[in-house]
Design a protein around this ligand. Sequence first.
Ligand SMILES: [Zn+2]
Length: 251
Amino acid sequence: MIQQQVLQLLEKEAPKLVGIETREVCGMILQHNPKRAVSSGAKVDSASIAKRPCFLCKDNRPAGQGSVVWNDDFEILVNPFPILEGHLTIPLRRHEPQRLMSYLNDMADLAKALPKFILFYNGAKCGASAPDHMHFQAVYAGQTPMENGKRTPSQKRMKKFGSISELRTYIEYWQDENYEQMINLFCKYNEVEDSYTFYLFERRKHRPCIYDIGVMISPGALDMAGILVIPQLEIFKGITHGIVTRIFDEV
Ligand SMILES: [Zn+2]
């Protein structure tokens, strides 16, 4: 069983979540996580992307890093810079741009194979630090304010869908094979009811204005789900309800 293999891989390779502080502001969990500076500060313009070796391609990964192959197409890896417990990165086994539509069914199938986890997808221009290489991520289910039904500033624009056909009908209105709107998407398989829950966030902007003045906040799916990742300590300490609200009104 795939999930068992993944749990063993996590036990062997998952870094401890140390050096992380949290505090709550308006229902959201602010997380000071200095190791995420690389990801939050990543240059994702096409020129910078073209210049760096892709860290999701097998040839460029550290030797000895374990993985679990799923369905021939995807490989499940332990995320070296976790935000939450059980953080996985799930790249496609070939270098292809970050696009959801062709792999939406895989996302649902993978969520079913990993019922202890919630899967998520960061669109190329709203949270993915490898927009040139198709990948999903996952964390252990139940850790986010979103899943726990909390009302937070990031939740205002969340849409929930109970099946893949319902979701597909909705998103096919505004995207096709050549165009993808900015989205963050979660998929959870519920074993007891044999059903799915999808949480969709339609994004307006990659990063808030304050990013340009040095505030390293670069929201992806987990931030939209209520875990606001802040690599800089002084920002973590100083951020207020008003700033959090403004960030999520913007992105
Ligand atoms: Zn790649």
